[in-house]
Design a protein. Structure first.
Length: 269
């Protein structure tokens, strides 16, 4: 399948789209350089023209032109929007998007029970982490869910864990607690909250850090304790600094993985 306008030559531009349940993160690469990144709200009912209008507004601010994009790669957890952005690639950039999945050539062995179940974002995280930081590695991806993506010492993606995202957990307690109210998701100075706001922040933020540390400790033990831990996702910079169990924050790890998989598949044409 032809995925770009002719050969993907040096200096070509690639639009990478990570479509999640809360946000669509997208970036444009020129070769290996990420020259611009943006986020849009995930709205499955928006049309291709509506999303294209947003892209046509945002890209020129970084000197980019949607019509001049040379290739498009999509990792999607929202099937309807996968179709929407595939249509945008065809109509506005005149190219066929490459859709990432667990059974295609990705550059990493997907060593789980059913590779077809592997989310594209998790595969992208694994390959990008291995290439940038070596193996073994653990990626903690803070989004609607918090995913723990594990790369073995042999460099394989071997699965991980999925936990409710901190915003999902917080929203549940705010909606279900009749006398509770929404608070900012910032860490309090002490675990013992002396008022409702501080108590909620302790339970939600510090409690979530405890979840992260507990799962990481178990995963590290199963790997032998030598894995580098990388945080990514929209909430990484808010949560990761609260724990020494995370070594690196790489906010664009998933987009980098999309680029690596796209380039690998272009080399086969």
């Amino acid at each position: 399948m032809q995925t770009a306008k002719g050969n993907f030559a040096e200096g070509a531009t690639l639009l990478a789209l990570d479509i999640g349940n809360t946000n669509v993160a997208f970036g444009v690469f020129r070769d290996a350089e990420l020259v611009g990144t943006w986020r849009l709200a995930t709205e499955a009912q928006r049309t291709a023209d509506e999303y294209a209008a947003s892209l046509l507004t945002l890209l020129p601010g970084s000197g980019l032109d949607l019509a001049a994009i040379d290739g498009v790669v999509i990792g999607s957890g929202v099937p309807r929007l996968q179709e929407t952005f595939t249509e945008i690639a065809r109509r506005y950039s005149d190219c066929e998007a490459l859709i990432v999945n667990g059974t295609m050539r990705t550059g990493i062995r997907v060593n789980i029970d059913n590779p077809a179940e592997a989310g594209p974002d998790r595969i992208c995280n694994a390959i990008a982490a291995r290439e940038a930081y070596g193996s073994p590695a653990i990626v903690v991806d803070f989004g609607t869910a918090t995913n723990f993506d594990v790369v073995s010492a042999e460099g394989d993606y071997i699965g991980g864990a999925i936990a409710p995202g901190i915003e999902v957990a917080a929203d549940a307690i705010f909606r279900r607690g009749a006398r509770l109210f929404n608070v900012g998701l910032t860490a309090p100075e002490r675990a013992i909250g002396r008022n409702t706001v501080a108590a909620l922040q302790s339970g939600i933020v510090l409690g979530y850090v405890g979840l992260i540390e507990g799962l990481l400790a178990r995963i590290q033990a199963e790997l032998g304790g030598a894995a580098r831990v990388i945080a990514t996702g929209g909430l990484a910079e808010r949560i990761a600094p609260q724990t020494s169990s995370i070594h690196t924050i790489d906010p664009h790890l998933t987009l980098t993985g999309l680029r690596l998989i796209y380039e690998l598949n272009q080399s086969d044409e």
